[in-house]
Design a protein around this ligand. Structure first.
Ligand SMILES: [Zn+2]
Length: 289
């Protein structure tokens, strides 16, 4: 039984075709802004994970600087994080450590907030949007996620914060991209491409960021919670797939797409602290946790 339960997903055919064109400007850059962590057990994060293996789940935002305007990917923990956690059902609360918020980290180095065009959220769960409480900039949303947040129980924190925020709607008006069905090329130069990867929530996305030095990143939100989802092809345990994903089969499809790219694109599951290692911290960071 044990080997059956932890059997990996079937190995998808690696992506061998050329990667899509990208012409990022020379002064484009990315930084990570860690805002804290919360605890979870590997056994609950991926099939075959150990119960004694206590993981710190990252709550990290990523700043993508671009001459046409900067964007954040997710927002980490905000000033009201304790209230946000309290708004969740008890089984979703876990011990956590708090660092400086995104807003505090940006302010510490006199970041020019007028450069920030908005926050692209990978999805609307509290641990990705808490930091929006201090960021009065547009929230970038696609129609499926906009519909999701109207009714979803687990979007209560988002709804509360977003009441006083501008929503910047975008659609997947571009062609299929690296196995995903629809895409949105933010700057029109292939440097930041958002793709439709629903299933965790209805309008969950993956954000591809292609840098001038040739490195490519895929910020995959919660398609998997830890890198083992990709490296071991170990999806969430069945119980958690049922609890955490609105359409588990779509999450599996998205994860298989990502696995097929993993040799050529650096994959960053939102909550895996290890995945952020190649990304420098924002120079104004107070060090996070
Ligand atoms: Zn999450």
């Amino acid at each position: 039984m044990r080997s059956f339960r932890s059997a990996p997903l079937p190995e998808p055919k690696p992506w061998t075709a050329p990667l899509p064109d990208a012409a990022p400007p020379a002064d484009m850059a990315i930084y990570q802004l860690p805002t804290g962590t919360y605890e979870n057990r590997a056994a609950l994060a991926y099939r075959g994970g150990s119960f004694g293996d206590l993981r710190k789940f990252a709550a990290t935002a990523v700043l993508v600087q671009h001459p046409a305007g900067d964007l954040l990917i997710d927002a980490g923990f905000g000033k009201g994080v304790e209230e946000h956690i309290a708004a969740m059902p008890s089984y979703r609360r876990s011990p956590h450590e708090l660092g400086a918020t995104v807003h505090e980290q940006l302010r510490a180095k006199n970041y020019d907030m007028s450069r920030l065009r908005g926050v692209v959220i990978t999805h609307a769960h509290w641990d990705h949007v808490s930091g929006l409480d201090e960021l009065d900039v547009p929230i970038w949303m696609n129609p499926a996620e906009s519909r999701y947040v109207e009714r979803a129980k687990d979007a209560v924190v988002f709804r509360d914060i977003a009441r006083t925020r501008e929503i910047h709607g975008y659609t997947f008006d571009g062609p299929p991209y690296l196995g995903f069905s629809g895409s949105h090329d933010v700057h029109g130069d292939g440097s930041i491409v958002i793709v439709e990867a629903g299933g965790h929530t209805d309008g969950s996305v993956v954000v591809f960021v292609n840098l001038p030095d040739g490195r490519r990143f895929a910020f995959i939100g919660d398609l998997t919670w830890q890198l083992e989802g990709v490296t071991l092809r170990a999806e969430r345990p069945k119980m958690l797939r049922m609890l955490a994903d609105v359409q588990p089969e779509r999450v599996r499809d998205g994860l298989l797409n990502v696995i097929a790219l993993a040799d050529r694109v650096h994959v960053v599951p939102a909550h895996d602290v290890r995945a952020y290692e190649p990304i420098p911290e924002w120079a104004g960071s107070r060090g996070g946790v």
